[in-house]
Structures are given as C-alpha cells and as structure tokens.
Design a protein around this ligand. Structure first.
Ligand SMILES: [Zn+2]
Length: 109
C-alpha cells in the first residue's frame, strides 16, 4: 500500500470515528432507562423499552467499532495498516474499502 492510499484510509477512518462519536452522543438520551412515570400506556411502555434495548445494542456495537477504528488509525501511524494481524498477509483492498477498521484478511477472519 502506498502513502497516498494510506492517507486516504486515514481520512476514511477519521470520518468514521467522528460519525461513531456523533452517534454515541446523540443516542445517549434514548439509551437511558425508561422511567415508569413517563405517562405511557402499558403497550407503548413496552415499545419504549424495546426501542431502548435496540439502542443499547447498537451503542455496544458502535463502541466496539470505535475501538477498532482507533486501533486501525494507530496501525496507519506505525505502518502496519493493511496487514492481517494473524498471518501478516495483505488484506484485500476491497475489504479495507468496505471496512477500513478490519485487522484480518478474509482467510483469518
Ligand atoms: Zn490473515
């Protein structure tokens, strides 16, 4: 991978990171527990709780992804970006384009 490709992925990762941070910030309120005195009917309260569970799960995933993105940015800096962390082989360019934070090639995934 050449320097301009690396710079491109670095930009991609930074954008991804700010998107994730923005999402985590925006979803903070909806992730809070549904208060019993919210004046909702029984059914809508259940719906509200289901929504909350979904938001919690999404937030969990995004938090994990955030760590992976930060990790990938560090690997751009130390020159290991684009190499599989298991076999050391090059990760396919298409794969990196779709998921710039991946750390493994297809065979090791
Ligand atoms: Zn591999």
């Amino acid at each position: 991978m050449n320097d301009s490709e690396k710079a491109l992925f670095k930009d991609k990762l930074k954008t991804l990171l700010s998107e994730i941070e923005e999402y985590l910030e925006k979803s903070e309120d909806s992730a809070e527990a549904v208060s019993p005195d919210k004046g909702l009917g029984r059914l809508s309260r259940m719906e509200a709780m289901q929504d909350q569970q979904m938001v919690l799960e999404l937030r969990r995933r995004q938090k994990r992804r955030k760590l992976e993105v930060i990790n990938a940015l560090a690997r751009v800096e130390d020159g290991n970006f684009g190499s599989c962390m298991f076999c050391g082989g090059a990760i396919a360019y298409d794969r990196l384009e779709a998921f710039p934070e991946v750390q493994t090639c297809v065979s090791c995934a």
